[in-house]
Design a protein around this ligand. Structure first.
Ligand SMILES: *Cc1c(COP(=O)(O)O)cnc(C)c1O
Length: 378
């Protein structure tokens, strides 16, 4: 079954007992046993829940993985993957990442892991940083918010020489546009809050693992032990959301491509960062490893005053954190998503007070252009 169909129909899909087309919401904390030593397969919802399993199996299928786990947030998923890495292993992270990831690594994992940041677009540099105990590479591609593209297949080869894992945060492109596991990555993480949910109404996270059984076992044990599970109701909302994932992402991307043309030609916009632009340094690589450039655009305006002005003037587009939903949002990375990221990292990658990031929604293109126009004009 092709992905678009699987996203619509889910794993088990409709309920065989009643014929209900919508997969049932099993709002039960615990499950009755027929007798000692027997189980229906469901014991307690921290361990297994049928509704959660349905969404886990669906995302696993879409990412071409061997196991899927649904978490209460993207950060809970990233916490889990950091926690199960062998103690004192060295981990290399991309310099440009969602701000919460370096905050989590630096504040809570500095005793457990040896953490180092590197420009993962530079393969020679990554190679020179790999040591005997380097057990993981953690990347986003395209990255947040500077849209840097890293070579998934080449990085996977590098870390596999050390029996390590390549972990890809695939939140921006989703499995509709990029399948890191097919390219050699070992783990995909998602903030399900973003495109997978798409409606700005659920906080969720996912991990999908490729054929790495030891890691799957470790993650399942951690999951059961720590309990950062996605609730049955949120799982049910995610099942519903993912039915439209493919059409949403495609429409958002179509709008984004047109908005990039508009932004490039506006006199108060000084630079546009979008991997679908032919003059973007990651254009060819992204084209090779992904089926599209997605719907995230970063751009710089004349000065900080203009950036603040735009955020005040936009009406249809909301000035809000987050991304991936059907509603277009704009953020100010320096003071929002990256407010607590290490300053030397933000400065190095170019996150400054003129940078704005837009998550393009599914609204009518002309309305979006009009709103941007009135906000950007002097
Ligand atoms: C939002 C986001 C996260 C964190 O996910 P939450 O669901 O907010 O916990 C991680 N990575 C990326 C790329 C994100 O955009």
């Amino acid at each position: 079954m092709r992905e678009d169909t699987r996203a619509v129909h889910g794993d088990k899909g409709y309920d065989k007992y009643t014929g209900a087309i919508s997969y049932p919401l099993y709002m039960s904390a615990t499950f009755a046993h027929p007798e000692v030593g027997k189980s229906t397969g469901y014991d307690y919802s921290r361990l297994q829940n049928p509704t959660r399993e349905e969404v886990e199996e669906t995302i696993k299928y879409l990412e071409h993985g061997c196991a899927g786990l649904a978490y209460s947030s993207g950060m809970a998923a990233i916490t889990a993957i950091f926690a199960v890495l062998p103690a004192r292993s060295h981990i290399l992270l991309s310099e440009d990442l969602y701000g919460g990831t370096p905050r989590l690594a630096n504040e809570y994992f500095a005793d457990h892991l040896e953490i180092e940041y590197v420009d993962t677009t530079d393969l020679e540099l990554v190679k020179s940083k790999i040591k005997d105990n380097t057990k993981a590479l953690f990347i986003e591609t395209p990255s947040n918010p500077m849209m840097l593209v890293s070579d998934i297949a080449a990085l996977a080869d590098l870390i596999h020489q050390n029996q390590g894992y390549l972990i890809v945060d695939n939140t921006f492109l989703t499995p509709i546009l990029q399948k890191p596991l097919d390219l050699g990555a070992d783990v995909v993480v998602h903030s399900g809050t973003k495109y997978l949910c798409g409606h700005n109404d659920v906080i969720a996270g996912f991990i999908v693992v490729g054929d790495r059984q030891e890691l799957i076992e470790a993650l399942k044990q951690h999951y059961k032990s720590t309990g950062a599970i996605l609730s049955p109701f949120d799982s049910w909302l995610m099942i519903r959301s993912m039915k439209t994932l493919s059409i949403r992402v495609k429409k958002q991307q179509e709008n984004a491509e047109k908005l990039v043309d508009f932004l490039k030609n506006h006199k108060n916009v000084t630079k546009v960062y979008y991997v679908g632009m032919e003059d973007h340094p990651g254009y060819d690589l992204n084209k090779k490893q992904a089926a599209g450039a997605g719907a995230m655009i970063s751009f710089k305006v004349r000065d900080a005053k203009k950036a603040k002005d735009v955020l005040k003037k936009i009406k249809l587009i909301y000035f809000a954190e987050s991304l991936g939903g059907v509603e277009s949002l704009m953020t100010y990375p320096l003071l929002q998503t990256h407010a607590e990221a290490p300053k030397e990292l933000t400065q190095k990658v170019g996150i400054d007070d003129t940078l704005l990031r837009m998550s393009v929604g599914i609204e009518d293109l002309e309305d979006l252009i009009q709103d941007l126009q009135q906000a950007l004009d002097d």
